[in-house]
Design a protein around this ligand. Structure first.
Ligand code: ATP
Length: 345
């Protein structure tokens, strides 16, 4: 394993930021660190970059003690949310900066630096803008320059902290796909911090989901989405409805109804979750939880319906399927989740 983190802990005063994080990052992998605000993502990245020290734990890079190395010796490329480009330098000078400040014996010749900058400008598709200053670029272009600057030193590892966090949704989506292409072209091991589930699931080879300084689950996007290890992961990766119930002989008994379960589950009290898009809304004489339609609202390409059952609201979402005629505000309906995720307790 190129990068192995073992039992990393870090406290700020009495606030635990990381509570025993162990993680192996594969060579050439694109790994997303995903978690809510305050879960410890940035702290973990700063420890890898050498900008912070853990209280305990180790980080090895190809069997080398990574924590014993100075930030520069680690050869990690970093990009932060707020473009830290040098305002008084052109785009080309910004990209060349990391190479120009390398120790003399590692420093490439002027010509080699020029060639490398031209290569990187091509990679970030800003060939013609090398002479511009950062203030003359859009936010998305500035982040591409920041990435080129991080790649210039041929980093052993690329650390990205919410690099698109300050950009609008459309630019963000474009850059996401572009970043994945750049990664595939360079093959550099990349750790990408985000609190955006869609971004992480869309972009990464594997996703590590952090909560309160601990890794809740690590796996391929499909795996963590389809087989969440904990209720937190299920809830964090998408909209979720929750009901309490009991499993008996392969069926879920909840709110006076009985539902078949797809997966084997031990008998006993459970919390069951279902996604808003995995629900049928049957007419009043059909099967399911007795509800009243509380709201029907168009949300872009989808229609969002809220159904009230014993004073609680369940979310239902339609996209790509027509809303049945009986789903109207005030109508009595039966809610039939098609798939549950069940957790004991
Ligand atoms: P965000 O998405 O908001 O950036 P994060 O997941 O990156 O959050 P961290 O910034 O790593 O989380 O913070 C983890 C915890 O450590 C939080 O409780 C935070 O308040 C605390 N923390 C982080 N840096 C410091 C610091 N320099 N001094 C004190 N507490 C800190």
């Amino acid at each position: 394993m190129p990068l192995t983190l073992t039992d990393i802990t870090k406290e700020f005063g009495s606030t635990p930021a990381l509570r025993g994080v162990s993680l192996e990052v594969r060579d050439g992998e694109f790994l997303a660190l995903l978690g809510p605000s305050g879960s410890g993502k940035t702290t973990l990245l700063r420890i890898l970059a050498g900008l912070a020290r853990p209280d305990a734990g180790s980080v090895r890079f190809n069997d080398e003690d990574f924590l014993a190395l100075s930030p520069r010796a680690r050869k990690a490329g970093m990009v932060f949310q707020h473009y830290a480009l040098f305002r008084h330098m052109t785009v080309a000078e910004n990209i060349a900066f990391g190479l120009k400040v390398r120790p003399r014996k590692e420093r490439p010749t002027r010509e080699a630096i020029k060639t490398r900058v031209a290569e990187l400008l091509r990679l970030i598709q800003l060939e013609d803008l090398g002479g511009r200053y950062p203030a003359q670029l859009s936010g998305g272009q500035q982040q591409r320059v920041a990435l080129a600057r991080a790649l210039a030193i041929e980093p052993r590892i690329l650390l990205l902290d919410e690099p698109f966090g300050a950009l609008d949704a459309k630019v963000r989506r474009e850059l996401r796909h572009w970043l994945r292409r750049v990664h595939d072209e360079t093959g550099v091991t990349t750790i990408f911090v985000t609190h955006d589930q869609e971004e992480a699931l869309d972009l990464a080879d594997r996703v590590a989901i952090l909560s309160a300084g601990q890794i809740e689950q690590l796996g391929a996007p499909q795996e963590v989405y389809e087989q969440p290890a904990t209720p937190f992961v299920f809830d964090f990766l998408g909209a979720a409805n929750q009901i309490k119930g009991e499993v008996k002989a392969g069926r879920l008994l909840a709110e006076g109804c009985s539902f078949p379960l797809e997966e084997a589950c031990a008998d006993g009290p459970v919390t069951a979750f279902f996604r808003p898009h995995e629900v049928d809304v049957n007419p009043e004489d059909g099967e399911g939880l007795a509800c009243v339609v509380a709201t029907v609202a168009a949300r872009g390409a989808a229609v969002k319906v809220e159904c009230r059952c014993n004073g609680r609201l369940f979310d239902v979402e339609w996209s790509g399927r027509e809303l049945p005629a009986h789903v109207k505000v005030g109508a009595k309906v039966k809610l039939a989740p098609k798939r549950f995720r069940v957790f004991a307790g």
